[in-house]
Design a protein around this ligand. Structure first.
Ligand SMILES: Nc1ncnc2c1ncn2[C@@H]1O[C@H](COP(=O)(O)OP(=O)(O)O)[C@@H](O)[C@H]1O
Ligand SMILES: [Mg+2]
Length: 254
């Protein structure tokens, strides 16, 4: 799904949370948005989802103006928010039930997705019996079961330990390579943004502005070795230097 933002901004009362943002996202593109806490990343995602109106500007998803919640999308937040009384499969199928459909015809697809996210043997497990990473994998399967053209992810790996996070990153890329939905992935992690995205949108501190959009040409799949590629190092350094200039980071070795 294509997404277009032209001068999209958001105020909360007198406070400008997001300065005008313009961005054209191609169908099937993987976009990462990286920026400091409070710069308006979640606000931006909620506007794209149609959950929060923009204060000004033009916002389109799939060629249509976003004026109400966009139904053809999936969302993954930092916390998976699963239903404790349903097993993993039941949680994934909840997505289609919420859309007023009978779960039966979606069962096979839900099981296939649980397999793809690495939970083949856990379809019948309840959330309390799953690790944090596994619960987040259920949330990803739930977000994708209705095959949305757009996947919004708001710091989806932010609560996970470093090793789990690395594996989730690798697995998410594999899922995206298979399905090629458009992804908007919000993160604090420069590393994660560069390893995942076709383009990285770098945002300034509040009020968030787009400082720069970097194209990442690293070949896929981007495994563990991608961090040694000159292109990875160049991109990481470019983003870090923007954050240094903007006071988001400061050097110990200046
Ligand atoms: N509903 C709201 N009412 C008032 N202020 C808000 C609301 N939502 C977000 N903000 C403010 O907007 C700014 C951007 O928030 P947010 O989009 O959550 O940032 P990020 O996700 O980048 O950390 C913050 O200063 C936050 O306090
Ligand atoms: Mg946020």
């Amino acid at each position: 799904m294509k997404v277009r933002l032209a001068g999209v901004e958001r105020r909360f009362g007198p406070m400008q949370a997001l300065a005008p943002v313009s961005l054209d996202i191609a169908d099937g593109e993987f976009i990462a948005i990286v920026g400091p806490s409070g710069c308006g990343k979640s606000t931006l995602l909620r506007m794209v989802a149609g959950l929060l109106p923009a204060s000004a500007g033009v916002l389109e998803a799939g060629g249509r103006a976003v004026t109400a919640p966009v139904t053809e999308l999936g969302i993954v937040f930092q916390q998976p928010v699963l239903l404790d009384w349903r097993d993993a499969l039941g949680n994934v199928l909840f997505q289609v039930e919420m859309r007023g459909q009978r779960p039966g015809p979606w069962r096979e697809r839900a099981l296939a997705l649980l397999d793809q996210v690495g939970l083949k043997d856990f379809a019948r497990s309840y959330p309390h019996a799953l690790s944090g990473g596994m619960r987040q994998r259920v949330a990803i399967a739930r977000a994708l079961v209705h095959e949305p053209g757009l996947l919004l992810m708001d710091e989806p790996f932010g609560a996970l330990d470093a090793l789990t996070r690395e594996q989730m990153r690798i697995d998410l890329e594999a899922i995206w390579l298979r399905r090629r939905m458009t992804v908007l992935f919000v993160t604090h992690s420069v590393d994660e943004a560069v390893l995942l995205a076709d383009r990285v949108v770098v945002m300034s501190p509040r009020p968030g502005r787009v400082e720069q959009v970097l194209t990442i040409g690293l070949p896929r799949p981007r495994g563990l070795g991608a961090r040694r590629a000159p292109e990875f190092l160049r991109a990481e350094e470019a983003i870090t230097s923007i954050f240094l200039e903007r006071g988001v980071l400061s050097r110990a070795d200046a």
